[in-house]
Ligand binder design. Structure first.
Ligand SMILES: Nc1nc2c(ncn2[C@@H]2O[C@H](COP(=O)(O)OP(=O)(O)OP(=O)(O)O)[C@@H](O)[C@H]2O)c(=O)[nH]1
Ligand SMILES: [Zn+2]
Length: 200
């Protein structure tokens, strides 16, 4: 176990009142947060979203990616379902950090795609470690989930970390002219299950 559960409080949102649970990485002191909706106890798999931090998309209205749209849609889906959990996994920029993500965006402004930019900076295409998410689920006593994601690798890695994923639930929202190429690269190079156009 890499985390400890530290504090919890109500978080009212436009979609309803969530329980916000704060965690701390034992080694580094870095914090993470889970938003819990309704009663997630029992055997029935829980609708869950593992959301990777994206300051630009989640808080600064960036249209370069789909993160902000996915965050809203996931909270809406969980509240509509009546029970569920969103893990806010604080590994910004697929874990290269905010400043390196800005460097990667600068390279993308020059024509590289999201994968090429990471490689040019000396990183893997995706540096995230999802074992922390498994620990958050464990500390919430959640052992089976229906995972909101378009990324099959995330399903595999979380399953390898011990999470029982009974279903992948697509979360395809927010395509726009500014992020269309980025989404196409995620589909082509990273295997995300995204439709090429939003005109269906
Ligand atoms: N390095 C880098 N990170 C990015 C870029 N665009 C978005 N991100 C980060 O990517 C993370 C989200 O990952 P995505 O690949 O968009 O999606 P995912 O979480 O793998 O899959 P979904 O569950 O379907 O959303 C967040 O941490 C973002 O900050 C980029 O161009 N470069
Ligand atoms: Zn983003």
């Amino acid at each position: 176990m890499q985390l400890k559960r530290v504090a919890q409080a109500t978080l009212p949102t436009p979609w309803g009142d969530f329980l916000m649970v704060g965690f701390e990485e034992i080694k580094t002191g870095k914090d993470h947060v889970a938003l819990v909706y309704g009663d997630i106890s029992g055997e029935t798999p829980v609708l869950a979203r593992v959301h990777s931090e994206c300051l630009t998309g989640d808080a600064l209205f960036s249209l370069r990616c789909d993160c902000g749209f996915q965050l809203e849609a996931a909270l809406n889906a969980i509240a509509t379902e009546g029970r569920g959990v969103l893990l806010y996994h604080r590994q910004e920029g697929r874990n290269i950090g905010l400043l390196n993500k800005i460097r990667a965006y600068a390279l993308q402004d020059q024509g590289l795609d999201t994968v090429e930019a990471n490689l040019r900076l000396g990183f893997a295409a995706d540096e995230r470690d999802f074992t922390l998410c498994a620990d958050m689920f464990s500390l919430l006593d959640v052992h089976a989930v229906r995972l909101l994601t378009n990324n099959p690798r995330k399903v595999r890695v979380l399953a390898d970390a011990g999470i029982n994923i009974t279903e992948r639930v697509p979360l395809e929202v927010g395509r726009n002219p500014k992020n269309s190429g980025y989404l196409d690269t995620k589909a082509l190079k990273m295997g995300h299950l995204l439709h090429p156009h939003n005109d269906d």
